[in-house]
Design a protein around this ligand. Structure first.
Ligand code: NAD
Ligand code: TYD
Length: 336
């Protein structure tokens, strides 16, 4: 099988490619990525010599190149996106361009190329925020995105569904919880906090750390996508559940692993429109046979160790970047 992975140089895409080459060694994997600030070919340097792996640099909004790349492809797994909420607050149009127009461009080319499956990777954030006592999201929860990032991902999900309903393109969608794992860009909560502490800097925790996310190991995410490709029903959406934790719980776990105390926390203002809580009911995917194999309490020490051992991967990423915190944060009392 020839599988086209978009955004394969990013965090989840690169882990997915490692997973796929290992578990499906007979398949050809084409990684299509335009190497934005979030794309790192270094994350795949160990597979560069694999004859079944090929990298093509290009933009998913460029129909000419997308059409060429799509030719002869059996399955598309679409990760490419702008993915950081804080950046979406500063530059929403870039998110609309990549996440909405880019997805539409890929869908058009996939239809022309008659691919056998277009799998779209999305997020639980499209459903908006939950209060403390609200039931978790299900596949039937109405969309209610509240950030430019989640709104642009919601737009992409709707387009994928429309190409199924209107043109019969064989699609599946997964909406996943927050991922953690190796090769995670140090702009996001877990890798930012680990690498700050490794450099002796404090960690900027928004509010009182009361916001809640679900966390899933990136390997479990890859297995879930693989299962949906094999057993998922065409046209359907599957939510991928993680483990609920407050940001303070995550912060304290990391501090404990590194044998540091609460004095390393710097309390900062919430980001604008900060979603309070995400939580997922994963029963539909579990009915296909998916089981989460990792838990964050056992895995986080390994992730900290990975960042300790792989400074070559993250040090330069951190040093060259402007700090965008001030532009996206405000101080206000949380409403929950
Ligand atoms: P990431 O930001 O680490 O990687 C995105 C990749 O897409 C990068 O390699 C980048 O170069 C590439 N890219 C961006 N714009 C492109 C364009 N115009 N053309 C081609 N390539 C382009 O993102 P991630 O965290 O790996 O997330 C991957 C996907 O999973 C995204 O669609 C995201 O919405 C979704 N998702 C992420 C999480 C999470 O916790 N990170 C959770 C649920 C869903
Ligand atoms: P993030 O990793 O950006 O993922 P998302 O916003 O897509 O869930 O943030 C996770 C949570 O951590 C979110 O509630 C915001 C918070 N956070 C901080 O408190 N400090 C930080 O420096 C970052 C990056 C996030």
């Amino acid at each position: 099988m020839r599988i086209l992975v978009t955004g394969g140089a990013g965090f989840i895409g690169s882990n997915f490619i490692h997973y796929w080459l290992k578990t499906h060694p007979g398949d050809q994997v084409i990684n299509f990525d335009n190497l934005t600030y979030a794309g790192h070919q270094e994350s795949l340097q160990d597979v560069e010599g694999n004859p079944n792996y090929k990298f093509i640099k290009g933009d998913i909004t460029d129909f000419t190149i997308v059409k060429n790349v799509m030719s002869g492809i059996d399955t598309v797994v679409h990760f490419a996106a702008e993915s950081h909420v804080d950046r979406s607050i500063i530059d929403p149009l870039q998110f609309v361009r990549t996440n909405v127009l880019g997805t539409a461009t890929l869908l058009n080319a996939a239809l022309e190329a008659k691919v056998k499956r277009f799998h779209h990777v999305s997020t639980d954030e499209v459903y908006g925020e939950l209060g403390s006592n609200d039931p978790p999201f299900t596949e039937n929860t109405p969309y209610s995105p509240r950030t430019p990032y989640s709104a642009s991902k919601a737009g992409s999900d709707h387009l994928v569904r429309a190409y199924f309903e209107t043109y019969g393109l064989p699609v599946t969608i997964t909406n996943c919880a927050n991922n953690y794992g190796p090769y995670h860009d140090p702009e996001k909560l877990i890798p930012r906090f680990i690498t700050n502490l490794l450099e002796g800097q404090k960690v900027p925790l928004m509010g009182k750390g009361e916001n809640i996310r679900e966390w899933l190991h990136v390997q479990d995410h890859a297995e879930a996508i693989d299962l949906v490709l094999q057993k998922g029903k065409i046209g359907e959406t599957y939510l991928i559940q993680g483990e609920e934790k407050t940001n303070m719980e995550i912060t304290q776990m990391i501090l404990r692993i590194l044998e540091m105390g609460g004095s390393m926390i710097e309390y900062v203002g919430h980001r604008l429109g900060h979603d309070f809580r995400y939580a997922i009911n994963g029963d539909k995917l579990k009915a296909l046979g998916w089981v989460r194999k990792h838990n964050i309490k056992d895995e986080l020490p390994k992730i900290v160790e990975w960042y300790k051992q792989n400074e070559w991967w993250w040090k330069s990423l951190k040093s060259g970047r402007p700090n965008i915190d001030r532009s996206v944060q405000q101080s206000y009392e949380p409403k929950h």
